[in-house]
Design a protein around this ligand. Structure first.
Ligand code: PLP
Length: 285
């Protein structure tokens, strides 16, 4: 696989980063994951906009323009012959000569930028879309700026492991009695014609897929309500689902051992998945 590192396209085995890189020592970096369908990027402008926001919230410098970034994404898709898969992008505060809590002088330390592709044939035709996901709930023990897409993914990773040990597919995190989001996705319930999801704040990541799906839901005459919900309310809802750039819209059929609705993927979640795949492909670049 060919990867991109600080201006160069290299074989993955030749791409090396300093041990002093602040992402390695302090998780001082941000990332984006954009899906590729039919060889094209899904909602690149959405990801580029969020990337710029993450950079500015952490006082990180963009190592290139968003147009150049698009070209790098496209070149990697081309050379690695990706039809269905993901492009991972990470920007870190770079590698000063030593470990220090204080941010290095941006005049002397260049940010590190890394991109690589992940080939995922069948990404859009995952069997999980037909069976639905089983979810456990866990306490949300992450930091307070979850709106910034940082590479601090240890707690979400632990959450996935807890789900796996429980024989489930993912975990929804709960804070003060209400669901924040999934370990790597936004969480929704459906009651009647209403799609309910937590409102945007520093408590959750502002999902690019979330923004698109809520728009499509409104266009499809569904009602959207942005408010908190509990695990108990979700267990008693008609349907539940999650969204993310790599899972698109994925139905949830069980929460903490309780079936949601009739225990099968709900028709609104299925419809939103169809609409999302169809509409976002039309706009893919
Ligand atoms: N919430 C969290 C914590 C995530 O890590 C992600 C994606 O990685 C999402 C939500 C979904 O965001 P997006 O739709 O932009 O992929």
């Amino acid at each position: 696989r060919t990867v991109y590192l600080n201006g160069d396209y290299l074989p993955e085995t030749e791409a090396k980063v300093s041990i002093f890189d602040r992402a390695f020592l302090m998780a001082d970096g941000i990332y984006e994951v954009t899906s590729v369908l039919e060889g094209k990027l899904i909602d690149f402008p959405g990801h580029a906009t969020r990337l710029q926001r993450s950079l500015s919230e952490l006082d990180l410098r963009a190592p290139c323009t968003m147009e150049e970034l698009l070209e790098i994404h496209r070149e990697l898709i081309r050379v690695n012959e990706i039809t269905e898969g993901l492009v991972y992008l990470q920007i870190t505060r770079g590698a000063p000569g030593d470990r220090d809590f204080v941010f290095p002088d941006p005049e002397t330390t260049e940010p590190t930028i890394v991109l690589f592709t992940q080939n995922k044939p069948g990404l859009a035709t995952s069997p999980m879309a037909d069976t639905g996901m089983k979810i456990i709930s866990i306490e949300d023990q992450r930091w307070g700026r979850r709106d910034i897409k940082t590479v601090q993914l240890l707690y979400p990773s632990m959450g996935k492991m807890m789900a796996k040990k429980a024989g489930c597919d993912d975990a929804w995190m709960v804070e003060d009695g209400f669901v924040t989001e999934g370990t790597s996705n936004n969480a929704y319930i459906v009651k009647g014609n209403k799609i309910i999801t937590r409102a945007l704040s520093n408590d959750i990541l502002h999902g690019i897929t979330r923004a698109a799906v809520l728009r499509f839901a409104t266009e499809a005459q569904m009602e959207v309500e942005e408010r908190n919900f509990s695990i108990e309310e979700a267990q008693g809802a008609d349907e539940a689902f999650i969204t993310s750039a790599s899972a698109f819209v994925m139905p949830v059929v069980e929460i903490d051992g309780t079936a949601v609705g009739d225990g099968k993927p709900g028709h609104r979640a299925k419809r939103l998945r169809e609409i999302y795949l169809e509409e976002s492909l039309k706009m893919a670049i």
